[in-house]
Design a protein around this ligand. Structure first.
Ligand SMILES: *Cc1c(COP(=O)(O)O)cnc(C)c1O
Length: 423
């Protein structure tokens, strides 16, 4: 028996499904990871893989980047948590404020889940309204208000998890992404909506890019209806560009949430926005938000080091160029194989869909062929590439994915498509 299999057997006796987060599970058993460096991870059996999952987004500088590790280590020896403000968190807040257009004021948190939960509460407290609007296929973490999917035949939400009270889900309304008319119709009809929370680029149903002018429309519609616009940039923050998707597309929301990259590979998160809104957060205002580890100095030091590194040396352009090279090669292999599908890409991210010729919203994304994805996942694993185990996750490149890594990846994808072609 493999070591991973052995560990999985033990862990699934004591932990539900043997994993600490469900997306990590796959059949017959998930790989247990022993160590990681640069673009590679090594499992408990000593097998090494090129990683395209990259912990689902935080590691834009690569695993165990020496600059990030040094910043974290230096902080570790000075203490790991103070329960009081520190210079490290102020430095991170200042950096976010200077890069992110909507970040007039910033409050640090511990995760993306916390950031969106607090942001939604703040929007509700600020407007005195309970309703929220999200996108079909939009993911905002694991709390009640956002574990909601589109109800059949109506825009009203139904819980997507057992244990979410219907009384909470009923306040969450779902519209299709890239459909400004649907949002406009909903906001015209209802006067109980506090906020629209959306990923400006969908990053949890593969990768879905806004169509031209869509985000501007969203900005206009929410402003006209006095609804707080929250961009959930937990993935896109310091990924789509140094200032997130909002800087890339030139659309400034009222509030923003971030996590993943700003933690530098440690747990971290933040919500931010207009002073008029953020000043409602306790202790300055009446909306409660708190956390023992919020603004953790180790996370802040690592996050800041990673951001500084990315914002230097044309690094965003470098990693985007390599991603474009890889994506063109995958598209070519796909076309040669005659398999229908498409590859969506932005900055250092991409997603491969089997079936649809284009994917512009959550419904189309979910219509893609999962069996074919599973086949690709297995082939790639056998050939030394670790993809995110679910069809609807994004493939993430990092600064550590150099030209040599890119050609190995291209070869592996090419091998997969020729195998499928052979039948
Ligand atoms: C990952 C993610 C979250 C949740 O963040 P956690 O740190 O896992 O709690 C929220 N929103 C988006 C868009 C995400 O991708």
């Amino acid at each position: 028996m493999d070591r991973s299999q052995e560990l999985y057997k033990e862990s699934s006796k004591l932990s539900p499904g043997g994993v600490s987060s469900p997306v990590r599970a796959f059949k017959p058993y998930p790989l247990f990871i022993k160590e990681a460096n640069g673009p590679r991870i090594t499992d408990a059996d000593g097998k090494t893989y090129i990683d395209l999952c990259m912990a689902y987004g935080p590691l834009i500088a690569g695993h165990a980047n020496p600059i990030v590790i040094k910043a974290a280590s230096e902080q570790l020896s000075r203490g790991t948590v103070f329960g009081a403000p520190s210079e490290q968190e102020l430095a991170l807040i200042e950096r976010i404020h200077s890069e992110v257009p909507s970040a007039e004021m910033v409050r640090l948190a511990c995760s993306g889940t916390e950031a969106t939960m607090h942001a939604i509460r703040t929007a509700r407290g600020f407007t005195g309204k309970d309703g929220i609007v999200k996108m079909n296929g939009g993911f905002h973490g694991a709390h009640d208000s956002v574990l909601v999917k589109a109800g059949s035949g109506s825009a009203d939400g139904v819980p997507s998890s057992k244990g979410v009270p219907a009384d909470i889900a009923k306040h969450t309304h779902v519209v299709e992404y890239n459909d400004a008319q649907a949002m406009s119709d909903l906001l015209e009809k209802r006067d109980d909506i506090a906020c629209v929370i959306m990923e400006p680029v969908l990053g949890n149903v593969g990768l879905v890019i806004p169509s031209k002018g869509y985000l501007d429309e969203v900005r206009k519609i929410t402003s006209e209806n006095d609804v707080v616009l929250i961009f959930d940039e937990v993935i896109m923050g310091f990924r789509a560009s140094s200032g997130g998707a909002q800087k890339l597309y030139g659309v400034t929301p009222d509030m923003t949430t971030m996590a993943k990259i700003i933690g530098g590979g440690f747990a971290g998160g933040a919500f931010m926005g207009k002073e008029e809104i953020m000043s409602n957060v306790a202790p300055q205002g009446p909306v409660y938000a708190a956390g023992t580890f919020a603004g953790n100095p180790v996370s802040a030091a690592a996050g800041l080091a990673q951001i500084d590194l990315m914002c230097s040396d044309d690094n965003y352009a470098k990693i985007q160029r390599r991603t474009e090279t890889l994506v063109s090669s995958i598209r070519e292999s796909m076309e040669d194989s005659g398999i229908s599908g498409c590859v969506n890409t932005l900055a250092s991210m991409f997603a491969v869909y089997f079936g649809p010729e284009q994917v512009t919203n959550g419904t189309q994304a979910e219509s893609a062929d999962r069996m074919m994805f599973d086949r690709m996942f297995r082939y790639m694993l056998e050939h030394g590439v670790y993809l995110p185990p679910s069809a609807l996750e994004v493939d993430f490149m990092s600064l550590a994915h150099d030209d040599e890594t890119v050609s190995k990846l291209s070869e592996a994808f090419k091998g997969f498509f020729s195998e499928v072609k052979r039948g």
